[in-house]
Design a protein. Structure first.
Length: 290
């Protein structure tokens, strides 16, 4: 695989667009935070670097990495040996993407035994918003910027620890940052009934025609009342009103799966999330180390 440069960007965009929704994160990060050359510095922590595999002059695989070292593969032909060679010396903090790509890439990089904070495979879902039906119930959506900050930041902390396995001390820091970023971006909202907050929902990746749902949470005392289901549906209705036609997400457990299937989401595959306890350096012999 060869490092991509800015001149390759149109090809990369076209390739990732053709693979949506399985390539949402690298495509949305590229759209919102831009691209830097491998080895380059600066830019947003989610700015993208890419390596390309070509055959007959056409791009067959795209391997993306955020500036903070999260690998986001879009590699349908499985160029794992080439990917390992391209990443030698790189620091890897996580692998996120289709399970059938993350597993062999992780093995090729020698990361199979690296200690992780999160190591899960979750079902991946897609919904055509033409079929969306918003369930009845209490509450209206309020953007993070107008929501009770202390309460929602606490929810984000609990979401990070419960769903993503983030250590508590780090979750406290991440929750504050996540609230500020989401409030500024207008990407997340809270279902409110009067002064009572019922659930939160978010769009972790957004493109003109498709959004990736994430950050969905209901506090334990309010679960089982379909608040999160309504929050997600209302948020998707807002997206549909601005021209979005599809939504995708992955689900953390049976209650979430039931809620999303009730909204019409249908499974399209499996999604892998692997985040390491410490960044792992890829060595030439394929035996990565912290």
């Amino acid at each position: 695989m060869i490092p991509a440069v800015e001149a390759d960007r149109p090809e990369i965009e076209a390739f990732l667009d053709a693979r949506l929704p399985r390539a949402m994160f690298p495509r949305a990060n590229l759209a919102h935070y831009g691209m830097v050359s491998p080895g380059g510095a600066g830019g947003h922590r989610l700015a993208m670097r890419f390596w390309l595999q070509r055959e007959g002059g056409a791009v067959t695989d795209v391997l993306g990495a955020t500036a903070e070292g999260f690998l986001l593969p879009a590699c349908p032909t499985g160029p794992w040996a080439a990917a390992a060679g391209a990443l030698t010396g790189e620091s890897v903090g996580a692998l996120i993407g289709p399970a059938e790509e993350v597993a062999p890439l992780r093995a090729a990089l020698g990361l199979g035994q690296a200690p992780g904070e999160l190591d899960e495979v979750q079902p991946h879902f897609l919904l055509d918003l033409a079929a969306l039906e918003v369930p009845g119930g209490p509450g209206r959506l309020v953007p993070f910027a107008d929501a009770p900050e202390a309460l929602v930041t606490g929810w984000l902390r609990d979401y990070f620890t419960e769903t993503l396995g983030t250590p508590l001390d780090l979750a406290v820091v991440e929750a504050g940052r996540a609230f500020r970023q989401a409030a500024e971006a207008g990407s997340h909202a809270v279902l409110m009934e009067g002064d009572e907050a019922l659930a939160m929902t978010g769009q972790n990746a957004r493109l003109p025609s498709i959004v990736q749902i994430g950050g969905v949470y209901t506090p334990p005392a309010l679960r089982g009342r379909h608040h999160a289901r309504r929050a997600v549906a209302l948020h998707l209705a807002e997206a549909q009103a601005r021209g979005v036609t599809r939504a995708t997400l992955f689900a953390a457990g049976p209650p979430a799966i039931r809620a999303y299937e009730a909204l019409g989401f249908r499974r399209i595959g499996d999604w892998a999330l692997c985040r390491f306890a410490a960044p792992q350096r890829v060595r030439p012999d394929g035996a990565a180390h912290g």
